[in-house]
Write a protein that binds this ligand. Structure first.
Ligand SMILES: Nc1ncnc2c1ncn2[C@@H]1O[C@H](COP(=O)(O)OP(=O)(O)OP(=O)(O)O)[C@@H](O)[C@H]1O
Ligand SMILES: [Mg+2]
Length: 236
């Protein structure tokens, strides 16, 4: 079952075409890796889907609902959740308050539901009444994922979730992403950690200069000469 579809999406910032004719879909329960060089348009794709930047062309749908033209809170209510390339928690608020904010779509959460979310995100020991900013950086990234899951999304867009994580944390993150998809949530995973993307993605889309350069199975995509030339170089 298809969860999210972008058709011929174009986004311009003034004279700069950040996305041009981008079409892709994410199925329910699927992990779609999204890779590409700096400035390729990956974050713009998340911002366009979540209503943070307007489309110049194209359509975005979740189920039967058009997302383009809607505002971020309306899109969140339709089941699209995201995290940010630079963590954006309510740092001065507690962990509990951050989870509550993420749960607005389904009403308040009791402590057991919050503990379940934290446990899934690998934060079982966290004190619900501690300030979000008191967490280590990698834990803040995990709390951001827990907060986004609190709204029971159909689609979760993760913008470089492994940034700043060590290899042990990155491995745990990969397991978390898999567990999220196993619940039937479609995951769009943006990452520069190509090993992580290969390990967890069902399919991979490569963006370059705002356009789709390649789509396919992870191993095929990383062997594609055009992808190696544009992005991977001799690194893989
Ligand atoms: N708010 C903005 N105003 C103007 N130009 C922008 C804005 N945000 C992004 N851009 C430009 O749009 C293009 C795509 O940027 P984007 O941040 O989407 O790339 P990215 O693939 O996420 O890169 P990275 O891997 O570095 O995070 C770049 O040329 C960038 O400079
Ligand atoms: Mg980005």
């Amino acid at each position: 079952m298809e969860a999210l579809r972008l058709e011929h999406v174009g986004v311009r910032y003034g004279g700069v075409a950040a996305l041009e004719g981008v079409s892709l879909h994410v199925d329910a329960g699927e992990i779609l890796g999204l890779i590409g060089p700096n400035g390729a348009g990956k974050t713009t794709l998340v911002n366009a889907t979540t209503g943070f930047v307007p489309l110049n062309s194209g359509t975005i749908v979740i189920g039967d609902a058009r997302l383009d033209g809607k505002r971020p809170f309306e899109i969140a209510r339709l089941g699209v959740a995201r995290t940010y390339q630079n963590v954006r928690l309510f740092g001065a608020l507690t962990i509990r308050e951050n989870l509550r904010a993420g749960a607005m779509r389904r009403g308040d959460l009791d402590d057991d539901a919050m503990r379940a979310l934290l446990g899934q995100a690998g934060l079982l020991e966290a004190d619900l009444d501690a300030a979000a900013s008191s967490l280590a950086y990698g834990d803040q990234r995990r709390l951001e994922i827990a907060r986004s899951l609190a709204g029971t999304p159909q689609i979760l867009m993760l913008d470089e979730p492994a940034a700043g994580m060590n290899p042990v944390e990155t491995k745990a993150l990969g397991a978390l992403v898999r567990a999220i998809a196993a619940q039937g949530i479609g995951v769009l995973l943006i990452e520069h950690d190509v090993a992580l993307v290969r390990a967890v993605s069902d399919r991979v889309v490569v963006l370059n200069f705002g356009m789709v350069l390649a789509t396919g199975a992870p191993d095929a995509v990383v062997r594609d000469p055009a992808v190696i030339e544009a992005y991977l170089g001799s690194a893989v």
